[in-house]
Design a protein around this ligand. Sequence first.
Ligand code: MRU
Length: 365
Amino acid sequence: MLANGKHYRTIWLKQPENRIVQIIDQRFLPWKFVVEDIASVEGMCKAIKEMHLRGAGLIGAAGAYGMYLACLEAPKNKDFYRYVLEAAQKLKGTRPTAVNLSWAIEKQLEAINQASYVMDKLNASLSNAIAIADLDVQMCKKIGEHGVQIIEEIAQRKGGKPVNILTHCNAGWLAFVDVGTATAPVYEARKKGIPLHIFVSETRPRNQGASLTAWELEHEGIPFTVIADNASGHIMQRGMADMVIVGCDRCTKTGDVANKIGTYLKALAAKENNVPFYAAVPSSSIDWDISDGIREIPIEERSGDEVKYVTGADEYGELKKVLVTTEKSKALNYGFDVTPARLITGLITERGVCKPSELGDLSKN
Ligand code: MRU
């Protein structure tokens, strides 16, 4: 998608050597556009853990490229595979909730295992990392094509008035390799000339909505309004949102969805106010091994400092981190919550839109 009028993906290989992974360092958005070079597995682990890059699909692609870096670093002898396996464990351990990370790493291990010689394994890890990134983009595009049908129906009912969509966190292109999931139907709707307006929930504590989704939509020219997280209920009660579309970090086979903390409250408010609530779910985010999201999805707990401090730019554009609590306040920081399937109107997947209870049927198509 576009940043300052130029097309970018969120992760790519530095040319012409193909030995360094480059990413947009999202810690500096929306204030500065910074590209970071990552040349080692250790660097990739740090980038994922400290959220230089984030978002389920992008974490998956980063894991895949991290495995390629592991193959580059590994001794080219009998210890090659042991080194690569250790790297896989380190990468998997960086963030627990989005299942895309282990999905991508397992795909890499399979590809590496299938090749016979060390150099073939290295080449396989390179072409497979690129394939995983491309697949992410394809899935997002398909989610857009299916999701836009829901927006079209609402637009017809509204007779030309803008469709108001509420979203949470950032499930846009910055959270994937390109396009995004929750935003993909929005971009498809724009192509069809459907008037739209997006309510962007700020998403404390790290403000991915206010900092990232707003930045994305602005660069793409989509009308939006940033709201405080706790304004969503009021907005739905007043009939100001026609639908909610959120992303997904892990979906159970029964359609429970783990997504950024605060999603569950939005789903409750949507149910109470009869606002259709959709989660955009690529198959890389489905965990077919679990059925009870509340009990079985591991929820990341991050540093309380993310709650206590807020980062922003001062009037001179200098980045500042300020304390919004007392020095001694304790803070609890769960990164995600689980929205039970019963609160979800539909899942928008790359294979079509379905009720959460129909997810299994869809996978057989
Ligand atoms: O902690 P993050 O920023 O990596 O969280 C992931 C997310 O951006 C959201 O939960 C998102 O809505 C789904 S991931 C595409």
